[in-house]
Design a protein around this ligand. Structure first.
Ligand code: AMP
Ligand code: MG
Length: 361
């Protein structure tokens, strides 16, 4: 029988205050209590909203997989409050993990390290490594502190769908499958963390994200970080080398395509009678102004700066997906370092659905 919708509780902690408001403290206490008893709580982080459970409670972890319909082969990121908690979950602490966590935590970067014995098999998908992140979001850290235990938290969406960057997105995607939603407003980064495999030298980027390769190189030294190899090959054809590295992910329901000549492509689709959403940074071009007269076209202006583009991307996809259009066309973004994380998400959103489920969520 479907459960009723979860409570959505507003939480806030203005920069000017040294402590959160009493209502927020009470909401966090309630969330910690639910988590202590094996519940599922959606939490804001600086990247996207997470679906959190006690990382050391295997039964609670299974609930995450069920709620998201996430394949058991796709491991979870474990969120910790500090390096000490992270180390308690690792069998070894490689030099790359030590440097990254010392310089960049708390923040939107996840380190993959050899797994400690306390971590349930379900969290690591049976693998020998565990992915660890210390979020920057003050309220998430407060929650982990109150619980005194690490939180496993994948993005709070159904498997393969667009990740949530607001509490409303979580409610729409997972509604009756969770116990509580903590509403901390919109996520700052808007895309998932950078994931770095620290078990090898040089370290390897498994998923590009808000912390760029350039920043990682500044921390680890020149030549000490390998590019995410997914991007250098044709997305969709590469076999999953690391757990969870599948091509299709972050995809809206409406078919999405990336186009280097987006205005022409949009014009062509409109001529064939399709209703189109166009995400473009070129709203002032003559072509765009001409096309804008079509009633079958929704033009969504996107920022020309990659950090702002990332922040807005998922919210835009969620919104445009509601319009029931025939296709979404997105201007191809530059193949430069600064755009890697956005490019990765767009390429994967554009990958056609395979016959067999691919597994990322
Ligand atoms: P999500 O939290 O839904 O954004 O997904 C977590 C992602 O973290 C997975 O898709 C993997 O790419 C990555 N990940 C988690 N654990 C591991 C691990 N042990 N080894 C490699 N990648 C991992
Ligand atoms: Mg996800």
């Amino acid at each position: 029988m479907p459960r009723s919708l979860p409570d959505t509780v507003l939480i806030e902690w203005p920069q000017s205050l040294s402590q959160p408001a009493p209502d927020t403290e009470r909401a966090l206490d309630r969330a910690a209590d639910l988590l202590r008893h094996g519940g599922l709580v959606a939490i804001p982080t600086e990247t996207v909203y997470g679906l959190a459970a006690d990382a050391l409670n295997a039964t609670a972890i299974e609930k995450i997989f069920r709620a998201k319909q996430r394949p058991a082969t796709n491991p979870l990121i474990v969120h910790v409050v500090d390096v000490g908690m992270a180390q308690s979950l690792a069998a070894e602490w490689p030099a790359a993990a030590a440097a990254i966590t010392a310089e960049l935590w708390p923040g939107p970067v996840t380190v993959v390290v050899p797994r400690g014995t306390s971590v349930p098999d379900t969290v690591t998908a049976g693998g020998a490594t565990v992915a660890l992140r210390c979020p920057q979001h003050r309220l998430t850290r407060r929650l982990i502190e109150k619980l005194g235990r690490p939180l496993a938290a994948p993005s709070a969406n159904r498997s393969e769908a667009v990740s949530p960057t607001t509490a409303h997105h979580v409610l729409e995607s997972l509604g009756n499958r969770i116990d509580l939603i903590l509403n901390g407003g919109s996520c700052d980064c808007g895309i998932e963390s950078t994931v770095v495999d620290c078990t090898q030298v040089p370290a390897r980027i498994l998923r590009p994200g808000p912390i760029s390769r350039q920043i990682l190189e500044e921390v680890l030294g020149r030549g000490m970080v390998m590019e995410c190899d997914r991007l250098s090959r044709r997305v969709g054809l590469q076999a999953a080398r690391a757990p969870g590295q599948h091509a299709r992910h972050y995809a809206p329901q409406t078919p999405l395509e990336l186009s280097p000549c987006a205005a022409d492509r949009v014009a062509c689709l409109l001529r064939s009678g399709k209703r189109i959403g166009w995400l473009t940074t070129q709203t002032n071009s003559a072509n765009a102004r001409l096309l804008a007269q079509s009633r079958e076209l929704v033009i969504v202006p996107m920022p020309e700066e990659p950090v702002l583009f990332a922040r807005q991307l998922y919210a835009t996809l969620h919104a445009i997906d509601q319009r029931g259009l025939d296709a979404i066309v997105v201007d191809a973004v530059p193949d430069t370092e600064a755009w890697q994380a956005v490019r990765d998400r767009l390429l994967r959103a554009a990958t056609p659905a395979p016959a067999i489920a691919t597994g990322e969520s």
